[in-house]
Ligand binder design. Structure first.
Ligand SMILES: [Zn+2]
Length: 363
């Protein structure tokens, strides 16, 4: 794929991104299973989690590619999925790729990181039958993160600075981002029940992924780390598969070892792979692409959550806040897009090849 073709994978809106993905599936003659969400998109378009299985339904090896878990981050993952579909069918027998496009279609279309329930989907896969995890740090800073007025007052910023002085930059990042269930109008809210996206993704896995013996997964995100660099974050719960994951993808970071720009979180979406596909070995990563420095990304995210909580002062402010959020998670620049596609394609092909290695050792 040349540079022009790779740039064409990217889209300015959810509606266009979805059309390109559906067109790529149609060009390959692959059926699309659309799980429609009964809410209008930002342009009045249909919202759906679209599922395409590329390969045999009974394949024992499966790569699951996820886009748009964090809505607005879907511009990146959608482009990679469309590009992988355009590459053609997987080169190995008994191997399938399951594309789950726009897992959080509402956030993708409406330029939110969270779902229609204001839920961070990657904090929503907890056991709601048990007491929900507590995040005392978040409780302390909630009203300073999302104060009554925007831009925030110096008092609000001073409270956050004091928290940073006491707990360190990492401690502040953890308090904000770990996940919390106490403030439904807050940031990184994990919800109080499984969201539509959670329930629908689980149903997709039950339908398509319960026959595979080995499942690789690549969950595509943006917003952390150096511009255009795809950090490969180990995302299996089974540390025993780490050597194999490293063999496939090279050096990996680990949120629990502190080697990642990301942090541990409650209720990540990979939980569903373990719970719904217990028959399979799961080897997964999050592919986390850097966009802009955290000093730009976090204020954009705060502002958008502030607007959700308190309402914008006027239409101009609302538009500016939405555009800043989109820019923070999706740099509209050719060098960034080419770097994204190059690394995304490579990670997917490495996983497809890697899945064949286990086959040999099993004879
Ligand atoms: Zn993300």
């Amino acid at each position: 794929m040349n540079d022009t073709a790779s740039l064409d994978l990217f889209s300015p809106s959810y509606a266009t991104a979805r059309r390109k993905f559906l067109d790529a599936a149609a060009a390959r003659g692959l059926p699309v299973d659309s799980r429609v969400l009964d809410l209008p998109g930002a342009e009045g378009e249909t919202l759906a989690m679209d599922v395409v299985l590329d390969g045999p339904a009974d394949a024992s090896r499966m790569l699951v590619v996820l886009s748009g878990v964090h809505g607005v981050e879907g511009f990146c993952g959608s482009a990679i999925q469309t590009g992988v579909l355009r590459l053609g069918q997987p080169a190995h027998a008994d191997t399938a790729v399951l594309h789950v496009h726009a897992i959080n279609p509402y956030g993708f279309s409406h330029l939110r990181r969270v779902t229609q329930e204001n839920v961070d989907l990657n904090r929503n896969f907890v056991d709601f039958g048990k007491p929900l995890p507590l995040n005392a740090g978040y409780v302390e800073i909630h009203d300073s993160l999302l104060p009554p007025a925007w831009p925030p007052s110096s008092e609000a910023e001073a409270t956050l600075a004091a928290y940073r002085d006491k707990h360190g930059e990492r401690g502040l990042q953890r308090a904000i981002g770990l996940g919390q269930h106490a403030h439904a109008d807050g940031m990184f809210f994990g919800g109080r029940a499984p969201t539509w996206s959670n329930r629908t993704f689980r149903a997709v896995l039950r339908q398509y992924a319960t026959r595979a013996r080995e499942i690789a997964s690549i969950d595509i995100h943006t917003g952390l780390g150096p511009y255009g660099v795809g950090e490969r974050i180990f995302a299996s719960f089974d540390n025993g598969v780490l050597p194999r994951a490293q063999q496939w993808w090279g050096e990996l970071t680990d949120v629990h070892a502190g080697s990642s720009t990301s942090i541990p979180m409650t209720g990540p979406i990979q939980t569903a792979l373990f719970e719904e596909c217990p028959q399979a070995v799961h080897i997964g990563i999050c592919l986390e692409y850097g966009t802009h420095p955290n000093e730009r990304v976090m204020p954009a995210l705060r502002a958008e959550h502030w607007m959700h909580r308190h309402g914008a002062d006027d239409g101009v402010q609302a538009l500016n806040i939405k555009q800043a959020l989109k820019d923070a998670f999706y740099p509209d620049a050719e060098d960034w897009k080419q770097a994204i596609w190059h690394q995304g394609r490579q990670a997917c092909l490495q996983a497809i090849d890697g899945l064949q290695l286990g086959r040999q050792s099993q004879g």
